[in-house]
Design a binder for this molecule. Structure first.
Ligand code: GLN
Length: 500
């Protein structure tokens, strides 16, 4: 890496990684620092801290400096938008032309996409953001702890013995530790919100169809959605604004104008109707986390929101429903990795069948193989009706619950996770305990609605997340409510010791 020793912060004493995206954009325009200096600052932090955290699979220093130079040229002409020259990290699930896209798997360890994902093109080529690198993740986004990655586990900056959550564990660890101002992430059953909660970040999963999935490696296509992790709702609004929108290359992308997320942030939330589902405060929620969440709900009331109890009677069926639908879709999506067209090819196979078996056996880790087997089973003749069809019916009931709820409330509030971050290795031998991590997040994916997690307190020095779910395409209101909460609180400003 050619980053010089004279960091821009060195002279002024300014900690660039403590600034919000808006402050960074203002600093760039006022020429207090250049995009090149910004990129160097974050690349230096990655070099200093990522051996410990393992949050990046690939660091793209040269590309970052080249993109930063282009951004500086654009800014010098008075051109560019709010993200021009701002460094961000990409989850390694998004295809990046000329840079490896591993999806956390040995299967794709040497895969270099011949094209950019739509959101990569939008963020970098169009909005002018600078790509620092590709973030570690659970293999094919299957996991809640980032321990299924072929590249090894990621550590939580708040406690290095603990997991950062998953599957977007690299994205959140990088942002929480100040190695990138924001990062992209994806959420099939909670992989943006749960890791955001476990690392004290704000993470938003938009409505299904709001952000293009083109060039995003598929896990469960009817649930997968791309979003952002950042320190605040305001930062997330800037990044999401540049990602969202119709894409003719994704047939599930919705052709509907994108709201102005940043403009909506400042609206007062007086009179906002927030629903409290009884089902989200039942057995299983850690009492200390519950207390933090209840205090946060009190804060929303002080801001003028009206809290009322609602029912989501089918919410407790989310986890079993998801663990039929998601593996079914995964088994179909992952059939393409056959050792012939894509990814890892085993040596020494003598027949085509042996080539398939060996390549898939070597290329996929245990969790991915487990999902493929479950998915193939529930789709097979004789079991399809009993499992897959049944799950689809329950999915509809979960969707109907939310439809009904949003007739009387604007947002739904609840915990993001049952607990704070757990220790590395703690749940590795118990897949069901691991699956239960997403008990509060999965329903939003099954229904297709947007949802976010914001930090709302600490238990034993570890962050607690509060979840807000919104009606279809109501991202602006979610970000607005989160921003108003963050104007009144400072949880989102705390930084982990050793990474200040
Ligand atoms: N933890 C869930 C799973 O393993 C969700 C993952 C995700 O959202 N990508 O499937």
């Amino acid at each position: 890496m050619s980053a010089g020793t004279r960091g821009p912060g060195a002279g002024s004493g300014e900690a660039l990684h403590r600034l919000s995206i808006r402050q960074l954009a203002e600093g760039l325009r006022a020429r207090r620092f250049s995009s090149r200096e910004l990129a160097q600052h974050f690349l230096q932090r990655i070099e200093a801290h990522d051996k410990t955290l393992n949050s990046f699979v690939t660091v793209t220093a040269e590309r970052a400096l080249a993109q930063a130079a282009a951004a500086d040229a654009r800014l010098a002409q008075g051109a560019g938008g709010p993200l021009t020259g701002i460094p961000i990290a990409q989850k390694d699930i998004f295809c990046t032309q000329g840079v490896k896209t591993s999806c956390g798997s040995r299967m794709l360890d040497s895969y270099v996409a011949p094209y950019d994902a739509t959101i990569v093109r939008k963020l970098h080529a169009e909005a002018g953001a600078v790509m620092l690198g590709k973030c570690n993740m659970d293999e094919f986004a299957m996991g809640s702890s980032n321990e299924t990655s072929w590249y090894g586990p990621v550590r939580n900056p708040w406690d290095l013995e603990r997991v950062p959550g998953g599957s977007s564990g690299g994205s959140v660890a990088a942002v929480a530790a100040g190695l990138a101002p924001a990062a992209t992430a994806t959420d099939t059953g909670g992989s943006i919100r749960q890791p955001a909660a476990l690392t004290g970040l704000t993470g938003i999963k938009p409505t299904y169809g709001r952000v293009s999935r083109y060039g995003m490696v598929a896990f469960a296509s009817s649930l997968d959605q791309a979003g952002v992790v950042a320190h605040s709702a305001e930062d997330a609004a800037y990044v999401l604004q540049a990602m969202a929108g119709f894409d003719p290359l994704d047939s599930t992308s919705v052709d509907r104008p994108v709201d102005d997320y940043c403009a909506a942030l400042d609206r007062p939330i007086e009179g906002l109707r927030i629903g409290l589902p009884k089902e989200y405060f039942a057995e299983g929620l850690d009492p200390a986390c519950r207390a933090a969440i209840e205090t946060a709900i009190g804060q929303f009331e002080r801001l003028g929101a009206r809290i009322c109890e609602i029912r989501l009677p089918h919410a407790p069926l989310s986890v079993p429903t998801y663990y039929v639908v998601a593996p079914a879709e995964a088994s179909s999506n992952l059939a393409r990795y056959d050792g012939v067209r894509y990814g890892h090819r085993a040596d020494g196979a003598r027949t085509l069948e042996e080539l398939y078996k060996k390549s898939r056996g070597e290329g996929f880790g245990a969790e991915v193989q487990r999902r493929i087997m479950i998915g193939t089973y529930v789709l097979s003749h004789g079991y399809y009706d009993a499992y897959y069809l049944k799950a689809q019916k329950v999915r509809r009931l979960i969707y109907d619950d939310f439809k009904r709820a949003f007739e009387t409330v604007d947002l739904v509030v609840g915990p993001t996770a049952q607990n704070v971050a757990f220790k590395l290795g703690d749940k590795l031998d118990d897949p069901v305990a691991m699956y239960l991590n997403d008990i509060y997040t999965i329903a939003a994916n099954l229904a297709g609605i947007p949802a976010l997690s914001i930090p709302c307190g600490f238990v034993n020095g570890l962050p607690v997340g509060l979840q807000l779910m919104g009606n279809f395409f109501d991202e602006a209101r979610l970000l607005n409510a989160a921003h108003q909460y963050q104007l009144a609180t400072d949880w989102h400003l705390r930084r982990p010791h050793g990474f200040e």
